[in-house]
Write a protein that binds this ligand. Sequence first.
Ligand SMILES: Nc1ncnc2c1ncn2[C@@H]1O[C@H](COP(=O)(O)OP(=O)(O)OP(=O)(O)O)[C@@H](O)[C@H]1O
Length: 250
Amino acid sequence: MSLGLTLNNARIDYAGHTLFRDISARLEAGSWTALLGRSGCGKSSLLRLLAGLEMSDLHQLDLATDDGQPLTDRVAWMAQQDLLLPWRRVIDNLWLGDDLRRRPRNRKLAHELLAAVGLEGREQAWPDALSGGQRQRVALARTLYQQAPVVMMDEPFSAVDAITRLELHDLASRLLKGRTVLMVTHDPLEALRLADQLLVLRPSSLPGHGAELERLPGLGAARPVPLDDPALPPAQAQLIARLRDSEEAA
Ligand SMILES: Nc1ncnc2c1ncn2[C@@H]1O[C@H](COP(=O)(O)OP(=O)(O)OP(=O)(O)O)[C@@H](O)[C@H]1O
């Protein structure tokens, strides 16, 4: 289910102002990429552009998939807000897409995924009866239910407490193995624990170009990187310094 992506010439303008242009990146099949940068630099816009959701008047992207087929319908989206429909029970939220497209529901997969995210027995609960962390687990199960090879996540774990966030890292890292993931995050620790590569969107040195992407390698091989890995604190300090530099350059 892996699919690599190569993007070139990414550009977005809003109201005559260039947010970024000439942006290129490679997302290796089955790898996890974290997208960081100061607030308002265009991370969510870039994610929407890749997912085919960007609506600005001027936008462009040359996107090549490794199998040469269109990416359409092969991208799952996970947002900061869980976006669960409150009038549908937990399990009904998983197969919302099936119902809208009049496809048969995959009951076995839905039950398996809810069990995998630790919500066995809560299938018939209403979303409002769940904690924020549990709701984000449902959102993760719903993302996985789509069985898309590419997953775009916009600050998916930022609305939960620190411990729940660490638990969700472990869960997401295990369950999303093999998918090509692009995740916007403001959290350097999250980026370093989960990602194989880090992309920092920072002000371009070229006038009129808006932002540019800087690529930084991730840490070691094991994912998620254990919290007590000695490489983590210095890498985190370096990344924070890098992000601060790009903030000051803005
Ligand atoms: N549809 C739109 N129309 C006009 N301007 C927009 C639109 N969407 C985003 N912008 C502007 O583009 C800039 C980048 O927004 P974007 O949400 O992509 O940034 P971001 O890096 O994800 O920010 P944050 O980290 O705060 O979520 C912002 O100045 C925002 O106001």
